[in-house]
Design a protein around this ligand. Structure first.
Ligand SMILES: Cc1cc2nc3c(=O)[nH]c(=O)nc-3n(C[C@H](O)[C@H](O)[C@H](O)COP(=O)(O)OP(=O)(O)OC[C@H]3O[C@@H](n4cnc5c(N)ncnc54)[C@H](O)[C@@H]3O)c2cc1C
Length: 320
């Protein structure tokens, strides 16, 4: 969205061990809150200085195959967040391997576009549905990013998280309860994940991605400065099956603006920054939209976007 202020403290760990040390150091020094920044594609930061610390995962970029190069599966996955130096083999090598294991390990900061490109090159299907979604693996898992063609958690086999005590924990998919736009991890931070795909011809994967992207680009303001969908789609029984975008449009809120923040002409659930908007403009516009929709339809919209601002009694570690 390109609005908002600055972090008081910013840490950029370059591997999972540093991520763990950074969290422990902040806890030991009583620095709070600790906020985790992925790609920032679904966050609105308030104007001014944000108290506490932001830990950015941007340098945790690795993606690799578990067990590649002859290690046992156990050894490889045990090393997931540590020093695993096996590079990805060429796509041709993998496609020719009849016993290929269609899984990938990705660290939290691996961007979703990079992950999708890697999977496509290797002939791994399962994430095509989130093509065009910006951000990182960690943010995608935390938010259960997705849409009508599938969600991030469809391919998650396990997630390695940092618990509140600063210890690494591996959570199997069966022990997690992701829901609509919520990975259900609470205050546990994603360090990386093991993703399980289905082998498919690369062309088929590419064709699906192109089709979804074309459809998406027609209805979303993909090149404008935005934070994606601002509000969650309400449960169908509350909204008669109407999406947040449809409710906004029907309530007449589509033309609203505040400063340089305006409701996108292309998609009612996107607020775009025309250039000089500040966070206060966006917050004001969000409340105006919420009121319009409530008055016109009786439905109360809930934020999808995460808001980072200083709270008087801030002690929590992740935003609400
Ligand atoms: C143009 C556009 C289109 C979009 N389209 C879609 C779409 O179709 N579907 C969809 O679901 N979303 C969409 N989004 C929203 C966004 O891309 C997703 O929510 C994405 O998953 C956010 O990832 P991120 O890394 O940028 O997370 P951030 O925005 O950095 O963070 C989002 C939340 O996740 C938390 N988080 C980030 N990393 C971690 C971590 N390692 N561990 C624990 N918590 C973490 C943050 O603390 C924050 O609470 C869109 C956004 C834009 C700008």
């Amino acid at each position: 969205m390109r609005v908002g202020g600055q972090a008081e403290l910013l840490l950029e760990p370059k591997n999972p061990d540093e991520f763990q040390k950074a969290c422990k150091a902040c806890v030991e020094r009583g620095i709070a809150p600790i906020r985790i920044l992925g790609g920032g594609a679904n966050i609105l930061v308030a104007d001014g200085v944000l108290r506490g610390v932001v830990i950015a995962t941007a340098c945790l970029q690795r993606v690799f195959r578990p067990g590649a190069g002859g290690e046992s599966e156990e050894e490889a996955s045990a090393e997931m967040p540590g020093e695993f130096d096996m590079e990805l083999p060429s796509a041709a090598m993998v496609q020719d391997d009849p016993a290929r294991d269609p899984r990938l390990v990705a660290w939290a900061g691996c961007t979703l576009p990079k992950l999708l490109r890697t999977a496509r090159e290797l002939g791994y299907s399962g994430l095509e549905g989130i093509v065009g979604v910006p951000g990182s693996l960690g943010g995608g898992v935390a938010m259960n990013a997705g849409g009508r063609w599938g969600d991030m958690w469809d391919v998650v086999e396990s997630v390695r998280v940092l618990g509140a005590g600063g210890e690494f924990k591996d959570l199997a998919r069966a022990d997690c309860t992701p829901t609509y736009r919520n990975g259900g991890l609470g205050n546990e931070w994603v360090v990386g994940a093991v993703l399980k795909f289905e082998p498919k011809p690369r062309l088929q994967i590419q064709e699906a991605m192109s089709e979804y992207l074309i459809t998406k680009n027609k209805v979303q303001p993909v090149t404008a400065w935005s934070a994606g969908c601002i509000f969650k789609n309400p449960p169908a029984e509350v909204s008669d099956g109407r999406s947040a975008g449809q409710l906004i449009e029907q309530s007449g809120a589509k033309g609203l603006s505040c400063g340089d923040a305006e409701v996108s002409e292309r998609h009612g659930n996107f607020i775009v920054n025309r250039g000089k908007a500040c966070a206060a403009d966006v917050f004001e516009l969000m409340e105006a939209i919420r009121k319009h929709v409530l008055d016109a339809t009786g439905v109360e919209l809930e934020n999808e976007v995460k808001i980072w601002r200083n709270e008087p009694d801030e002690g929590e570690s992740q935003s609400s």
